[in-house]
Each structure stands twice: as structure tokens, then as C-alpha cells.
Write a protein that binds this ligand. Structure first.
Ligand code: UT7
Length: 319
């Protein structure tokens, strides 16, 4: 016994920034961005807070699940950075939803946050730590810590929040998480503060990335992680209805799809409209598909992500 996905919800910032808009900020153009990444627009935080989006997404998921906040046994926040350094996003969301008391904490799996949080939630259900419902809230504001003078990174990311409510069930067939700890290819340094007792770094606290290295890691690990969960569950690729893959770059998704020998319609995307929303990427796609009626009851989903860590992971879920 682990869980079933009882409800999904999402929320994105109102401000939509096009590639042409970005061409007025850095030296870039629509053709480069579309050809190299598949991104046309992204939603960027401006007047709203990430907390507001996270709370809206959570309320939508609770409503879809028919679960009240007081029934939550656990809240897991998946984020790399939110409105507060402390407390955890999960605690901030819990305060807004009401009904405190349940444990609430964040995990930082980079862009693999949704898959990592599913893996942890399953263990809570399996060991009796959760018996009624668990909320996973994935919320990211990467546009707040990209360097807006670096065209190689600032065009890639968008902001958003997406949540799922899990209730007891047997939907999770397998998970696999892989870490190759190395900050070099993708990192953002934390600000060092102004302690009079330490040397304060001059290095800038923005996202720095070796795009090509992350690209190779992504394609290799998407394929190997998905293959591992299919093997664990004794499922053939043909039996998987949809592959919900981290929306970081359309070329990465295409390369993985070709290696796995699957047709394009099994790899839905929304990167065109949102860019890379890190941990929120897969649940945002899931929520859109659910609300559009594009996920049948009993559909078999393979979710797979990769990112800072470097971490990657996959989860196989029967809806
Ligand atoms: O969630 C995980 C996070 N990260 C990722 O998934 C990223 C994975 N990597 C990628 O998606 C790709 O590597 C990028 C989209 C980041 C870059 O694509 P690329 O095909 O690897 O391009 P590149 O970095 O090799 O750059 C090619 C050229 C360079 O010019 P030169 O040296 O060939 O003259 C760059 O300066 O493209 C130039 N360039 C740009 N040109 C116009 C880099 N960014 C831009 C830009 N507009 N925004």
C-alpha cells in the first residue's frame, strides 16, 4: 500500500514574457531560443509572491481531491528557493491552509523535486506515518536567481507552483532516484551574509550552468531511470501511456523519446509556454493534462526528471 493521486492543482504568475521581450533584455532572438530549447514564453513573478501561487495550487489540488487541510498527515514542499530562507515552504503553505499539527518540511532534489517527494511520501504511507492524505507542493521562482545579464541561462527558466494530494492506494509501481553529487555543472551559491568573522564571498549568487554537460546527463539518465522503473515493475515501454518528462529543453525530451523508441504523442510537453519551472515542471504538466481530460483512469505514467545535484529520478504511476 502506498498512494493514489487524488487531486492536482497549479498556479502560474500573470506576467507572460515572450522571447521577443527577452531580446530587449539580453542579446538573443526568438529563433535561437525556439530552436535550441523549444521555449516561446515563460511566466515570471512580478506582483505576486511565490507563496500565493503555492497556496492557490495547493487549494486547487485539495479541492480536486475532496480533501480538507485538516485531513493532511504530511506536507512536503519541493523547492530550491522560495520566499523565505526559513521556514520551509511546506510550513508557510500549512499556515495559510490552516490546520497545523501535521509534519511539514521541504526537500531539495533540484528539478527532480516532484519525483523525490513522491518517493518520500510513498514511504510515509508504507510505514503508517500517513493514513489519510499527503500534500506535495512544488513551487519555484528561478527567475529570481538567474543572472539577467547571462543570455545562456536567463532565457531558460520560468516560475510556477503545482501540487498533488495523495491518499492511500497502490498507484506507485516503482521509483528510482540517482545522485552523482557534483556542484560544478549546475549550481547557485548561497549569499554569504555580512558576518564580521568570516570572509564574505564576492562571487555572485546566481545560477551557473554547463549546459552541454547537463544536457548529456539528462538524456542518459532519463533513459536509464525510466528503464529501471519499468524493469522493477516488469512493464514494457509499449505499456506506458504517457512519459511526463522534466520540461527543461525540447531537444532533451526528443532525444530521450527517440532512444526509448516511443512515439511523440506519448511525450506531452508544455515547455513552449512555461520554460523550465524546475521541481514544478512535471506536476504542472500533470495538472494541465488532468484538467484537459487527457489522462484516462488507469493510465500508466512514467515521470522522469533531472537537474542540480546532479540528481535524476523516475516514478512509474498507475492513475
Ligand atoms: O533543469 C535542468 C537545467 N538545465 C538544463 O536542462 C540545461 C541543459 N542544456 C541545454 O538545454 C542546452 O545546453 C542550452 C539550451 C543551455 C544551450 O544549448 P547549446 O546547444 O548547448 O548551446 P551552447 O551553450 O553550446 O551555445 C551555442 C552558442 C554559443 O555561441 P558560440 O560560442 O557558438 O558563438 C552561445 O554563446 O549559442 C550562444 N548562445 C546564445 N545565442 C543567442 C547561448 N545562449 C544564447 C541565447 N541567444 N540566449
Amino acid at each position: 500500500m502506498n498512494f493514489k493521486i487524488a487531486g492536482t492543482g497549479s498556479a502560474t504568475p500573470k506576467l507572460v514574457v515572450s522571447n521577443d521581450d527577452l531580446a530587449r533584455v539580453v542579446e538573443t532572438d526568438d529563433e535561437w531560443i525556439v530552436t535550441r530549447t523549444g521555449i516561446s514564453t515563460r511566466h515570471v513573478l512580478s506582483t505576486e509572491t511565490l507563496t500565493e501561487l503555492a497556496v492557490t495550487a495547493s487549494r486547487r489540488a485539495l479541492e480536486a481531491a475532496g480533501v480538507t487541510a485538516s485531513e493532511l498527515d504530511l506536507i512536503i514542499g519541493a523547492t530550491t528557493k522560495h520566499d523565505y530562507q526559513v521556514p520551509a515552504l511546506a510550513c508557510v503553505v500549512q499556515a495559510e491552509l490552516g490546520a497545523p499539527g501535521a509534519p511539514a518540511f521541504d526537500v531539495n532534489f533540484g528539478c527532480t523535486g516532484f519525483v523525490g517527494a513522491l518517493d518520500i511520501a510513498a514511504r510515509y504511507f508504507e510505514t503508517g506515518g500517513a493514513t489519510r492524505a499527503v500534500l506535495i507542493i512544488c513551487a519555484e521562482a528561478l527567475t529570481r536567481y538567474v543572472d539577467w545579464t547571462d543570455r545562456a541561462t536567463c532565457v531558460l527558466f520560468g516560475d510556477g507552483a503545482a501540487a498533488v494530494v495523495l491518499t492511500p492506494g497502490s498507484s506507485l509501481l516503482a521509483t528510482h532516484i540517482h545522485a552523482r553529487g557534483n556542484p560544478d555543472p549546475l549550481h547557485a551559491l548561497a549569499p554569504t551574509g555580512n558576518s564580521p568573522y568570516s570572509q564574505n564571498s564576492e562571487e555572485h549568487p546566481y545560477i551557473e550552468m554547463n549546459g552541454r554537460e547537463v544536457f548529456k546527463f539528462a538524456v542518459t539518465n532519463l533513459c536509464s531511470d525510466v528503464t529501471k522503473v519499468m524493469e522493477q515493475a516488469r512493464v514494457m515501454p509499449e505499456e506506458v501511456d504517457l512519459f511526463l518528462v522534466h520540461q527543461a529543453n525540447k531537444r532533451i525530451i526528443e532525444a530521450a523519446r527517440e532512444r526509448l523508441g516511443q512515439p511523440p504523442e506519448k511525450f506531452p510537453t508544455n515547455i513552449e509556454r512555461y520554460g523550465n519551472t524546475s521541481a514544478a515542471s512535471i506536476p504542472l504538466l500533470l495538472d494541465e493534462l488532468v484538467r484537459a481530460g487527457k489522462i484516462e483512469d488507469d493510465a500508466l505514467l512514467a515521470c522522469a526528471a533531472f537537474g542540480a545535484g546532479l540528481i535524476s529520478g523516475a516514478a512509474l504511476i498507475r492513475m
